[in-house]
Design a protein around this ligand. Structure first.
Ligand SMILES: [Zn+2]
Length: 344
């Protein structure tokens, strides 16, 4: 079968790899019908050391179940299913707490003999705990929005929960990528009154406004902090969603939060330490977040997509087949595209 393999920074190839096949009795074999390139795929795209064997890519996908292991009970061949960006058993201590990203028997796609999502098929471990059955056809018009539930929409929701967004709260969203835009949807959905997006790309800002952003701050650094304060009676925002992970964006996020407020961090940190430690200590700021346990949020978010209350699929502004995936990485890295959907 054909799949995406990264061999180093800027070096993404479509290669013939061994066909996906069942290994464990808890596996499902899924033919991919939609996949996506993630902002986090761009980190290795910028920095990966050259590798002869390369690394299988992709962790956001929807597909049709072809076959199941003998222990799989909740899905069957022919089902259309969605996978969150990690696989998990659904039964261990952490899964039962809704923290499937820390599953004791879980793992990541593209590692340890598990296929990546950006290919023709995937062996899904722990299929019962991982996969969500979709009650639509595989070519349903909602496919782009459903695909965001695998990662970016769930991650935006996680950021909003970690930032304690609720009715009437003032919210600042740092980052205008797909996760930041989904963070705007999540903040609106949870009842936020004022939603300030920090970003500067006109096409992304337009989407953010459609999603419910009430104010736009296009400045950077200290000027951005000042602008957010002006918009919040000089106090700062009660809830801040950090959706980038860079040092500068983290400093900004931790500088625009008001005393007693909360910052939800979902941008994968590119530095070891958390800045503004002393200020946020004396301001009693809550700093929370991490990788979103997307599996825990699917049952809550799915009806909103199916019934059209949210339309996160608008973050996809480019569609390609497998052959176009390398150029899709380039386009996202050059910020030509917000997010690329793959129809293998
Ligand atoms: Zn588990």
């Amino acid at each position: 079968m054909r799949a995406t393999v990264m061999h180093g920074a800027g070096d993404v190839r479509i290669e013939t790899v061994p066909d996906a096949h069942l290994v464990e009795r808890t596996d499902a074999l899924v033919t991919v019908t939609r996949a996506a390139i993630c902002g986090s795929d761009l980190w290795p795209y910028k920095s990966m050391e050259p590798s002869e064997t390369g690394r299988r890519m992709g962790h956001e996908f929807i597909g049709v179940v072809e076959d199941i292991g003998t222990d799989v009970q909740t899905i069957k061949a022919g089902d259309l299913v969605l996978s969150p960006f990690v696989w998990s058993d659904g039964t261990c201590l952490f899964c039962r707490e809704g923290l499937q990203t820390s599953c004791l028997h879980g793992g990541r796609y593209g590692d340890d003999g598990v296929d990546g999502g950006q290919g023709q098929a995937v062996r899904v471990p722990q299929a019962d705990g991982t996969l969500l059955l979709l009650p639509v056809g595989k070519e349903d018009a909602l496919m782009p929005s459903l695909l965001t539930l695998t990662d970016v929409m769930a991650t935006g929701h996680h950021a909003a929960l970690a930032a304690e967004v609720g009715p009437g709260r003032s919210v600042a969203v740092v980052g205008d990528g797909a996760v930041g835009l989904c963070g705007v949807i999540a903040a609106r959905r949870l009842g936020a009154e004022r939603i300030i997006i920090l970003g500067r790309h006109p096409d992304r800002i337009a989407v953010a406004k459609d999603f419910g952003a009430t104010d736009v701050v296009s400045e950077r650094g200290d000027e951005a902090v000042e602008r957010v304060r002006e918009l919040t009676d000089g106090l700062g925002a009660q809830s801040v969603l950090e959706c980038v992970g860079l040092e500068q964006s983290t400093v900004t996020a931790l500088s625009v939060v008001r005393p007693g407020g909360a910052v939800g961090r979902v941008g994968v940190p590119q530095g070891e330490s958390i800045p503004e430690g002393v200020t946020t200590f004396f301001d009693n700021v809550t700093i929370a977040g991490g990788p979103a346990p997307a599996r825990a949020y699917l049952e809550e978010l799915l009806p909103d997509v199916l019934e059209g209350r949210i339309e996160p699929g608008r973050v996809f502004d480019r569609v390609t087949n497998l052959d176009g995936v390398p150029d899709g990485y380039r386009a996202m890295n050059d910020r030509e595209a917000i997010k690329v959907m793959i129809e293998p």
